[in-house]
Design a binder for this molecule. Sequence first.
Ligand SMILES: Nc1ncnc2c1ncn2[C@@H]1O[C@H](COP(=O)(O)OP(=O)(O)OP(=O)(O)O)[C@@H](O)[C@H]1O
Ligand SMILES: [Mg+2]
Length: 363
Amino acid sequence: MPTKINNGFYRLILDSIPVAIVTMDYDFKITSFNSQAEKLTGYSRKEAIGRPCYEILNSSRCTHACPLQTAGDINMSSSDLESEITNRHGEHIAIKTSVASVLNEDNDFIGYLEVIEDISRQKRREREKSNFFSMIAHDMKSPLIGISGLIARLKKEKICAKNEKLRMYLKVMGETEQRLESMVREFLEYCRLESGQIQLELSQTDVENVLQQVTAMHQLMAEEKNIVLSLGGGSLTPIEVDANRLFRVFTNIIDNAIKYSPRQSEITINARETAAEIIISFQDQGRGIKAEEIPYIFDAFYRIESQEDIGGHGLGLAASSAIVRQHGGRIVVESEPGRGSVFTVRLPKDKTGNAKEGGGRMI
Ligand SMILES: Nc1ncnc2c1ncn2[C@@H]1O[C@H](COP(=O)(O)OP(=O)(O)OP(=O)(O)O)[C@@H](O)[C@H]1O
Ligand SMILES: [Mg+2]
């Protein structure tokens, strides 16, 4: 171990860290590349230095949602962004990235830092777990269908016509079975989405149109609580999405906004676009979510305890986030307990990265 802290010592530390660390100048050219980055990408330090980062890192975010652009533009960092890189040998590796802009002592911007973690083993384990759960959920469906058939038959028996108590028991049994069946169905769909067993059915879609339909569908539910539900914005460039699944995402988010908002409040939906993304925000004046709870609300079956008895399985956001991720997008949440939340869905216009201009409004 060197006694004096010098560049060589820092080099040793950088090469011993079990994550890839890459720095870039303001032109996105690589200025340093540690050993783990060599292992991950298949390029040597000598080959990487001086080359544009998108040529070497070749991540699915490079072309349409480069995190460095944001880090540089607004001088802040972003962390835990999941994507996939294609290494020199053509292998796809799931990664988690954190980026930050680098400033010198005078606070001048001098480049970027990117920390990349290989999460392919973790992703494989998650897929295996989802496959296992989806098998269990699938096996639960058949006995439930059997129970529901038997309940229907019992209801037709003469003994039921004469016995009110029996009819009431059967009604409760039927409703409970229906709830369980819907939960199993939702969970099965979620597991299939998570494990990549569901292929999106993509078609050119006017997202504004989908939003209009979902908003119209929820007007009655909102009116029952005297909630004003409004949709702002104009036309958007059509993009390739699975319209039915996107419909579900919007339904889940609006459904939550209504469920977790007090009477006589407002829910505002807004859609806009940049050159690369369609951005839809859902703002409510509901009970809000504590910062420490936010990372967990997208986990299956996670529900925040509350005094009120609000029904749900804790699957809506888990399924929504899986659908949005399959589209190459993400859901971002900002919330203040007691004041409300904003759920923002960001969808890339082009999953292949060729952002198209024109058509809709830009921000
Ligand atoms: N707009 C919101 N305002 C406040 N809390 C919210 C909001 N949306 C979600 N949550 C919290 O996040 C949790 C998870 O939401 P999610 O939609 O996954 O499940 P759910 O609404 O409980 O059940 P399900 O959607 O399966 O019927 C909720 O239980 C709630 O505590
Ligand atoms: Mg919900």
